[in-house]
Design a protein around this ligand. Structure first.
Ligand SMILES: [Zn+2]
Length: 271
């Protein structure tokens, strides 16, 4: 079986470290901070889901936990799921070794059952332990402590609901009748018409000029250009007709049961 672990929700860890590394207004040095986490225990993992500071007078000297403060916090956080069974505090400018006071606090907190504890310092180090008193005394030190998210299926169901409500599949591009291709071909046809009109105007202009060998050459050149435009125009027109045909085919549904076998009917005549 996997040993017990403590997992801090990333935002809870960040919140605690924010407090651990925050100075009291007007103070030059960090002071000890102390508080409790709501935890949800599942699959041998103690998930720390919410963090709360206990009322305290900032001190860098280890202080005993006030039982009244914990009782009040238990009451104030009664509507948040989980239990207040994790004590965290900081050791500013010190190692994360447990002090005598820490051991005393853990024993006091765990005496009704069990309690977890993590000590943090300003070097972003931490150490966790679990003290259990019932039904036997058991102390586990250096409990693996990770930053990991604990999400219940109920929370995920809420995420799913929001996702399904807001995120829809993109409808397929409606190009079954070749609308996009059709527009593209029409644009191409328009530009060919404009180009042929431009060439025709040049031919008219050139014809007005005095006859010369150069005039003949230019007119030949322009006519060749006009012919190639005409070929391109015919090709585009054919593609457009093909699309019209495909359009017609897809818009007419034939019931094979009403067709005469062996006979082929022009598309569109099948009613
Ligand atoms: Zn301590």
């Amino acid at each position: 079986m996997q040993g017990v672990e403590i997992h801090y929700e990333p935002h809870v860890y960040r919140q605690i470290m924010h407090w651990v590394t925050r100075k009291i207004a007007g103070e030059a040095h960090l002071k000890e901070v102390s508080g409790f986490c709501k935890v949800v225990v599942r699959d041998n993992i103690i998930h720390a889901t919410h963090a709360f500071l206990a009322p305290q007078t900032g001190s860098s000297v280890e202080t005993d936990i006030e039982a009244d403060d914990l009782s009040k916090l238990v009451y104030d956080t009664r509507n948040i799921p989980g239990e207040l069974q994790l004590w965290f505090h900081s050791h500013p400018y010190m190692s994360t070794n447990w002090s005598t006071t820490d051991h005393r606090n853990m024993i006091a907190l765990g005496s009704p059952g069990w309690f977890a504890a993590t000590v943090f310092n300003d070097k972003w180090e931490h150490r966790s332990a679990i003290y259990q008193a019932v039904p036997f005394v058991h102390f586990v030190d250096e409990v693996p402590t990770k930053m990991a998210s604990y999400v219940t299926t109920a929370v995920m169901a809420g995420w799913d609901e929001e996702f399904d409500r807001c995120v829809k599949a993109k409808p397929p591009v409606n190009d079954v009748f070749g609308d996009v291709a059709y527009e593209k071909l029409e644009t191409e046809r328009d530009s060919l018409i404009i180009e042929s009109e431009r060439i025709e105007a040049m031919i008219v202009k050139e014809k007005k000029k005095r006859n010369s060998a150069k005039k003949v050459q230019v007119l030949e050149f322009l006519q060749e250009k006009l012919d190639s435009i005409e070929v391109a125009y015919e090709a585009v027109e054919k593609k457009l007709r093909d699309l019209d045909y495909a359009d017609l085919q897809s818009s007419v549904s034939c019931d094979p049961g009403n067709s005469y076998s062996g006979n082929t009917y022009p598309v569109g005549d099948c009613l």
